[in-house]
Ligand binder design. Structure first.
Ligand code: DAT
Ligand code: MG
Length: 149
């Protein structure tokens, strides 16, 4: 079963949207297996956003993601990576479709509320960057027995 890393960014925490974002992922049927509030260090931020190093928005991106606490989560489910990406909406909230988290709740390109891993391979790397094994909580839901992989 696929897993993905989700971050509620500092704007989401400060706007009181953690519950709304968690609810959307829960309601879709994804399974929450890890959750913590944390302040992202410069080191973790640089490793997490290494792909954007050198881009004009990089310094602002690192400054923003380290500016306040985030809520980090691991969600599990069938094709969880792409399911979360579609629930998030486009990177620029102005282009995000209504019905998506960014399309309904955000307006600014930097403060776009949520991070979700963009591929299964990236998800594995990001999960290892943010969570230790003991912070992942596996549990059985009755309906998991009938879920196709
Ligand atoms: P996503 O968060 O949808 O995966 P990304 O990985 O391309 O998008 O970029 C990471 C974050 O960087 C994004 O959530 C917001 C910010 N960002 C991306 N492109 C930007 C741009 N052109 N100007 C300002 N911020 C940008
Ligand atoms: Mg990305």
């Amino acid at each position: 079963m696929e897993r993905t890393l989700v971050l509620v960014k500092p704007d989401g925490v400060q706007r009181g949207l953690v519950g709304a974002i968690v609810a959307r992922l829960e309601h879709r049927g994804l399974k929450l297996i890890g959750l913590k509030m944390m302040r992202i260090s410069q080191d973790i931020a640089a490793r997490h956003y290494a792909e954007h190093q050198g881009k004009p928005f990089y310094d602002g991106l690192i400054g923003f993601i380290t500016s306040g606490p985030v809520v980090a989560m691991i969600w599990e489910g069938r094709e969880a990576v792409s399911v979360v990406r579609s629930l998030m909406g486009a990177t620029d909230p102005l282009k995000a479709a209504p019905g998506t988290i960014r399309g309904d709740l955000a307006l600014d390109l930097g403060m776009n509320l949520i991070h979700g891993s963009d591929s299964p391979a990236r998800a594995e790397t990001e999960i290892a960057l943010f969570f230790s094994r003991g912070e992942l909580h596996e549990y059985e839901r009755t309906m998991d027995r009938w879920v196709r992989e």
